[in-house]
Design a protein around this ligand. Structure first.
Ligand code: CMP
Length: 223
C-alpha cells in the first residue's frame, strides 16, 4: 500500500480528496520509535498530532507514586496528540511505544489549517472523539460497578472485541496481555489479576495457551 493509500484508509483522512491527502503527506514527517520509547510525556506542551503507520502505543497516566493507569492502546491507522492541539492545554497523558513504531507527525498549524479547509476532516475527528468518550464511559462504569473479577473479565472482553478472532467452534481467540498490562487497565495489582485469571480459567470461562486466550462462545454475555 502506498503512503497515500494508507492515509486514505485512516478514518481521520478518509473524507479528504486526493489533493488534500497529497498536501497532508507533504506536511507530515516520518518518525520511528523503539519499544518502550516515550513519544511524549503528560503535561508537556504539545505541538503535533501523530498517526500510527505501524506498531502499537499505550496511552497512560502515572500517579505521583509511579502507579500506572492505561487509558487506551492504539494501533495502525489510529491518531493521537490531537487534544492539546484542539484545546491548547498540555498533553493529557503519556504515550509510550509498546512495540517498534513508525509514525507520521503533523505540526499544529498544518493540522489546524487542514481542519479549517476540510469540513470532512472535522466530522471524522468528532466521530473518533465520540467513540473514545463512549469507551471511556464504559471504562468508568467498569471501575465503578464491577468487582475485580468482573473488571478482569471486562478487559478480556474488550480485547476480544477489538482484536479477537472467532473460531469455527464458536470460541474467540485473542492475544494474551501480561497480567501487569491488565492490572494497569483496571487499577489493580499483578498478583490480584493472576488470581482472577486462575478463577476465570477454573470456572471454565477462558483457557490460556501460550500467548493466547481462548474465550468460551458465550463469554460476551457473561460479564
Ligand atoms: P493529547 O492530550 O495531546 O496527548 C495525549 C493523547 O492521548 C491525547 O491528546 C489523545 O490523543 C490521547 N488520549 C487521551 N485520553 C485518551 C483516551 N481515553 N482514549 C484514547 N486516547 C486518549
Amino acid at each position: 500500500m502506498t503512503e497515500r493509500e494508507f492515509l486514505k484508509s485512516v478514518p481521520l483522512f478518509s473524507r479528504l480528496g486526493e489533493a488534500s491527502v497529497d498536501a497532508i503527506l507533504r506536511l507530515t514527517r516520518r518518525r520511528r520509535f523503539k519499544k518502550d520509547d516515550v513519544i511524549f510525556h503528560e503535561k508537556e506542551v504539545g505541538d503535533s498530532l501523530f498517526v500510527i503507520l505501524h506498531g502499537r502505543v499505550k496511552v497512560a497516566i502515572f500517579g505521583d507514586d509511579g502507579k500506572e493507569v492505561t487509558l487506551s492502546v492504539l494501533s495502525e491507522g489510529d491518531f493521537f496528540g490531537e487534544m492539546s492541539l484542539l484545546d491548547q492545554e498540555p498533553r493529557s497523558a503519556t504515550v509510550i511505544a509498546e512495540e517498534e513504531c513508525e509514525l507520521l507527525s503533523l505540526q499544529r498549524d498544518d493540522f489546524t489549517r487542514a481542519l479549517e479547509q476540510d469540513p470532512g476532516m472535522g466530522t471524522s475527528l468528532i466521530q473518533v472523539l465520540a467513540s473514545r468518550l463512549r469507551k471511556a464511559n464504559h471504562q468508568i462504569s467498569t471501575l465503578a460497578l464491577l468487582d475485580v473479577y468482573g473488571r478482569v473479565a471486562r478487559v478480556i472482553q474488550e480485547l476480544a472485541e477489538e482484536e479477537g478472532k472467532r473460531l469455527k467452534d464458536g470460541r474467540v481467540v485473542v492475544r494474551r496481555p501480561t497480567h501487569m498490562d491488565i492490572a494497569h487497565r483496571i487499577g489493580s495489582s499483578r498478583e490480584t489479576v493472576t488470581r482472577m485469571m486462575r478463577d476465570l480459567e477454573e470456572n471454565g470461562h477462558i483457557e490460556t495457551q501460550g500467548r493466547e486466550i481462548f474465550l468460551r462462545p458465550d463469554f460476551q454475555k457473561l460479564f
